[in-house]
Write a protein that binds this ligand. Structure first.
Ligand code: ATP
Ligand code: MG
Length: 392
């Protein structure tokens, strides 16, 4: 039996004329990820993409696994292709759904008749096919309100399709349809999740990471690179900027009051990140901050950080609890890497008694004690770029 994969759009379907540009991006993303698996034929109609494998050997489970990570897809169905003829539909339904229907006790049939010339109307298709399936599987009954499975028959232009339940897609909007932003990526649990969440809204994400050798080790940097690689199934190819931050931190330690270390460090990170973002043509920064999580993540501290930012700073985790963040980190498979115990440049220079509710004038005054302008420029020019490619 010939099978195809039907991909159903999410929110994109609501976008009127704008839909077509989203559609183009989604098509490109899908084609790129499926290409290594073999040859496919693509068609789109009524907010659905039809993907027909052209080679017997293609593993459809692998196709579905890849599609499940592509933003912009609400649902995926594996469907059987039929002639637009009810006797063929009925015959194939019995064969194609056999294993599924043997395992359950209730179902319903749903019909979508895009081709209005098809001689049977939707309620008739449902009634007839429902009756035939009940007869063939005596343990089965129809439950229109809470069926275990919905068998869908779609009558389209060239063919009819039968499928059982939908597989949930990744949701969101197609990656790259929403411009570019730069993620401050640490080795922790939060920032990879923050990057994932913005990518889900169609934003292309690049990463920037600050290192302080010899206070931070090569191994700590490798861990962050591993995180970056882990994010590529969702974020696509990712640029990774690694910034040498040691001299700035030493200057901080030498000249500025200890209680302001963390907040000043964050302001300097933001200044550097903005310069890199401008080169990248990224329009915003992203961090993994969540209000109140640690001393530097109070509202007052964020006000002091944002005072140096000319571009918007997105904090998609701002209202989330740690347990909710961890749940996503596990889902995207970054959690196990994040919990490896390597030092971050923030932890190396943590003050004993950080100012929890800093005032902007005091912070600005504290920063004036150091000589940062040249050091910031030096850090920007010493920044290294690596690209992590989506592993196809
Ligand atoms: P995370 O789990 O993301 O490390 P955290 O709870 O440890 O977050 P902080 O260490 O205060 O919190 O960092 C807050 C945010 O600052 C991080 O989510 C990240 O966006 C950014 N950040 C912290 N350290 C670095 C670093 N070395 N390089 C790049 N960004 C960093
Ligand atoms: Mg951290």
């Amino acid at each position: 039996m010939k099978e195809v994969i039907l991909v159903k759009y999410g929110e994109m379907a609501l976008k009127g004329q704008n839909k077509y540009s989203f559609e183009d991006v989604l098509f490109r993303n899908i084609k790129r990820r499926l290409k290594p698996l073999g040859e496919f034929q693509y068609q789109s109609a009524q907010s659905t993409i039809y993907i027909a494998p052209q080679e017997e050997s293609i593993d459809l489970e692998e196709v579905i696994a890849r599609l499940q990570k592509i933003f912009g897809i609400a649902a995926i169905c594996r469907a059987c292709v039929c002639e637009k003829d009810f006797s063929d539909i009925q015959e194939k339904a019995l064969l194609y759904l056999k294993e599924t229907l043997e395992d359950i006790s209730s179902f319903k049939v749903d019909a979508k008749r895009a081709d209005k010339k098809f001689p049977m109307k939707s309620p008739e298709i449902c009634r007839e096919l429902g009756g035939i399936l009940c007869e063939a599987f005596p343990d089965l009954h129809v439950d229109v309100h809470q069926p275990e499975i919905t068998v869908t028959v779609e009558i389209r232009d060239t063919n009819a399709y039968i499928h059982a339940d939908k597989i949930k897609g990744a949701g969101g909007l197609p990656l790259g349809s929403g411009g570019k932003a730069l993620l401050l990526l640490s080795g922790g649990i939060d920032s990879p999740v923050a990057g994932y969440m913005m990518a889900k809204r169609g934003i292309a994400v690049s990463a920037i990471h600050f290192i302080s050798p010899p206070y931070t080790s090569d191994r700590a940097r490798l861990k962050v690179e591993e995180l970056c690689q882990k994010m590529t199934p969702y974020c696509g190819d990712m640029k990774f900027y690694c910034v040498p931050f040691t001299e700035i931190q030493e200057e901080l330690k030498r000249r500025c009051p200890e209680e302001y270390f963390t907040i000043l460090m964050r302001r300097l990170m933001m200044e550097i990140a903005q310069q890199i973002a401008a080169k990248e043509e990224a329009l915003a920064l992203i961090t993994g901050e969540s209000v109140g999580q640690v001393a530097s993540q109070t509202l007052q501290a964020m006000v002091c950080t944002d005072a140096v930012c000319k571009m918007p700073v997105f904090r998609p985790l701002i209202g989330m609890d740690k347990t909710e963040i961890i749940e996503i980190a596990r889902k995207i498979d970054t959690f196990d890497i994040s919990i490896q115990p390597y030092e971050d440049c923030c932890t190396v220079f943590t003050p004993r008694h950080p100012k929890i509710r800093p005032h902007l004038e005091d912070v600005e005054h504290a920063q004036e004690a150091g000589n940062f302008a040249d050091l910031v420029e030096k850090a920007v020019s010493g920044t290294e770029l690596k690209i992590f490619r989506l592993d196809l």
